[in-house]
Design a protein around this ligand. Structure first.
Ligand code: RB5
Length: 149
């Protein structure tokens, strides 16, 4: 199951992405927003990130105008590695090297064709592990250091 969410500035691209994912036979859980009416991107970044962090969903896709605000928000949730990608090279690297579990896209930055290419690459690419695992562990250690118990 893929969690998906956007603010108003990502709503139209989100609708296209949901159709794209469903046409590939993938199951999608939509966390909103549900129109182009102005909303706050942290609410949707948080909802998708929590669905991934709790393992309710395997991966997440988040969209705002630039992909920046919503990815910053998602990255505040423990266990989340949200990567903003503007092309399929970044998408591939974010999986192979960073084990990104949330993909962020900017509707005002890329069109649907590039977005679909990014998503296809991101979903099809595995984490390489090895030396990259050690680095990802170090990211988790930073998170642990600042997590209030
Ligand atoms: C909304 O206008 C815009 O600020 C938001 O979608 C996003 O780009 C923020 O990072």
């Amino acid at each position: 199951m893929i969690a998906i969410g956007s603010d108003h500035a990502g709503y139209l691209l989100k609708a296209d992405i949901i159709k794209f994912l469903e046409s590939k036979g993938l199951q999608v859980k939509d966390f909103g927003t549900n129109s182009c009416e102005s909303v706050d991107y942290p609410d949707f970044g948080q909802a998708v990130a929590e669905a991934v962090s709790s393992k309710e969903c395997e991966k997440g896709i988040i969209i705002c105008g630039t992909g920046i605000g919503i990815s910053i928000s998602a990255n505040k949730v423990p266990g989340i590695r949200a990567a903003i990608c503007t092309d399929s090279y970044m998408a591939r690297m974010s999986r192979q090297h960073n084990d990104a579990n949330v993909l962020a896209i900017g509707e005002r930055v890329v069109g649907p064709g590039v977005a679909f290419d990014i998503i296809e690459t991101w979903l099809d690419t595995e984490f390489l592990g090895g030396r990259h695992q050690n680095r990802v562990n170090k990211i988790s250690n930073i998170e642990k250091k600042y997590t209030v118990k």
